[in-house]
Design a protein around this ligand. Sequence first.
Ligand code: SF4
Length: 276
Amino acid sequence: MTEVITSYNPSESQVLRISKSSFGTYNKCPRLYYWNYIVKLSPPPNDAMVRGSMIHQVLENSLLSEADMTVADVALKMGETDLGIDALDELMIEIYDKYPDWELVEAEYKHEIPDTVEYEDEDGNTHSYDVLLVGKIDGVFKDKEGRLIIVELKTGELGSSKVSRTRKELNFYRYMLDKAGYNVEDCRYMVIAPDATNTDVALKLQSSKGKEVLWGTTSGVAYVEKYNKRSYNLGTLKIGKTAHFINLEEWPMIWSEYYCPEWCEYHLGCEQEMLV
Ligand code: SF4
């Protein structure tokens, strides 16, 4: 494999880095990927992003604490106060109570895993690409049967579209761990959403087969689900397809005739181009 350098530069034979975010972004809108990863126009972090990073840091410090500090202990030490942290603290206590046998395998470990992905085009030709799978997973636990539980922390409200987007992200992580040599057979996904207040979504999850839901007292839910083989296979097939179209430098907009269904921060530029 050639040396890994950048998120994108096929013309210089460098290896494409694929993270869950870049993969998700290309599949949401190739033009958005172009702005974020090629032109690197990423807007400065907003308040929600700063808060999200802080809450992730609190969880990471708590998971990795050798002194077994709770989320509340860590937040106190960091001088952070936030209702989401209170809810996260409650949820983590519930999780440790409900699953006392879970052992932490890793938290926020920086993976960089070489892989070769394939895409079969419409004419039946197979294209192969060397890529580097990159990412830091919020947490990975192992239960007493040796099954992995891949954890994703989500701040903000938990709507049904976020549930399905998060499942795709966790599929990406399962694929990455598989390529890293972990035993991911029969693994579980855990989503921790301390800000969630949408009880309809949580109740729907609770009534679904194979899912367990934990409720915070004021806000927040966490749920565990088995990975779904069909959705996993469909999602991971797209990694090869994504590498193929990035390599072809294809950045179409997802604009319909009159509007963009995603309407991201670059809509003014896209709108102008649509009007030309
Ligand atoms: S406005 Fe729409 S089409 Fe343009 S980059 Fe954003 S998501 Fe893509």
